[in-house]
Design a protein around this ligand. Structure first.
Ligand code: SF4
Length: 328
């Protein structure tokens, strides 16, 4: 399908006088129209930094893109001014954060907050009445009766609040939606409802989605493609079946999944693996996973592995170096 987003060799650091945190280290992926890509990995792996970079929301003083490019429908986002980026953010690329409460203003009604996004980007010159109508339609689209637009966030349950946040993210029909752990704060039944809703809306509007998650059940239910992220790199990338079938995998993926589960298995959380992510101010010289890898061998701690490909399924690991097509 038509490519919406293309990320090429992106690197991002957070820099202070004291230290440089290497948060994203040469990430590449592309996303087609209507496709869902899962970014999977432990907290601190660089998933959220990748999302914030796409949105142009890196912390101004410390966050810095040190390499690579982000192209959104052919436009290189890094070259846009803050003002031009503001026009894209919220309207054409929007984000759903983990905690709905932090995304909502407690002293404004949900209706006025949903309307705000529309007023900010009112390129169609909608009247007050038309905006009101659009707010009501969007509320109903996410399963909230339109009368509730007059309510305040605290009058909603957690799941309903996340629906409000989704309504805010979708009111301008963005081409790209980034969902950062959108259901972790919710209980399991509500999680399933919200995910089903996101999938339904996505199919209906052909929205492309980046789903940031550490929940394998979420991945299995929603994603077309999966990128496993470790220490700011994609260590494995493939279709849902590449990742969930019993074929070759990156040792980190195998560790995370415990054993690779089948797609039909119950929703399953990532398996805690021994050790911690490497210090991002002082990354290992060779394979960044080598300090934790049970398959670590001679070249691993000295030489960073290339990416090996088999029919679009990419694995960054020396174990596969006999595969042809290795690339730095
Ligand atoms: Fe493990 Fe070596 Fe592969 Fe890194 S390159 S994941 S250390 S086997």
């Amino acid at each position: 399908s038509e490519t919406i987003l293309e990320i090429e060799n992106l690197s991002v650091v957070y820099e202070t006088d004291m230290e440089t945190v290497h948060a994203v280290n040469g990430i590449s992926f592309s996303l087609g129209k209507g496709e869902t890509l899962g970014l999977v990995g432990e907290t601190g792996a660089g998933k959220t930094t990748t999302a914030l970079t796409i949105l142009g929301l890196l912390p101004e003083r410390t966050g810095k893109i040190t390499g690579g490019a982000i192209r959104f429908e052919g436009t290189e986002l890094g070259k846009l001014s803050a003002h031009e980026m503001e026009k894209i953010r919220g309207a054409r690329i929007s984000m759903i954060f983990q905690d709905p409460m932090s995304a909502l203003n407690p002293v404004l009604t949900v209706g006025s907050q949903i309307a705000e996004a529309l007023e900010l980007h009112n390129t169609d010159g909608l009247s007050k009445k038309e905006i009101e109508k659009r707010v009501e339609e969007t509320l109903e689209m996410v399963g909230i009766p339109k009368e509730r637009k007059a309510n305040y966030p605290h009058q909603f349950s957690g799941g309903m609040r996340q629906r409000v946040v989704i309504a805010m993210a979708l009111i301008l029909s963005p081409e790209l939606l980034i969902a950062d752990e959108p259901t972790t704060a919710l209980d399991v039944t509500i999680q399933a409802q919200i995910l089903t809703m996101i999938c339904d809306l996505q199919r209906k509007y052909e929205t492309s989605v980046i789903m940031i998650t550490h929940d394998l059940g979420v991945v299995a239910e929603t994603c077309d493609k999966v990128a496993i992220v470790y220490a700011g790199e994609i260590v494995e990338y493939g279709t849902l079946s590449d990742i969930f079938n019993g074929g070759r995998h990156h040792p980190y993926t195998e560790g995370l999944f415990g054993s690779i589960p089948s797609l039909t298995e119950e929703a399953k959380r990532l398996h805690p693996i021994e050790g911690i992510l490497p210090d991002p101010t002082n990354l290992p010289r060779g394979c960044k996973f080598s300090p934790r890898c049970t398959k670590c061998m001679e070249p691993c701690s000295l030489t960073a592995p290339a990416v090996y490909e088999e029919n679009g399924h990419l694995i960054r690991c020396h174990l596969y170096r006999d595969n042809k097509g290795g690339q730095e």
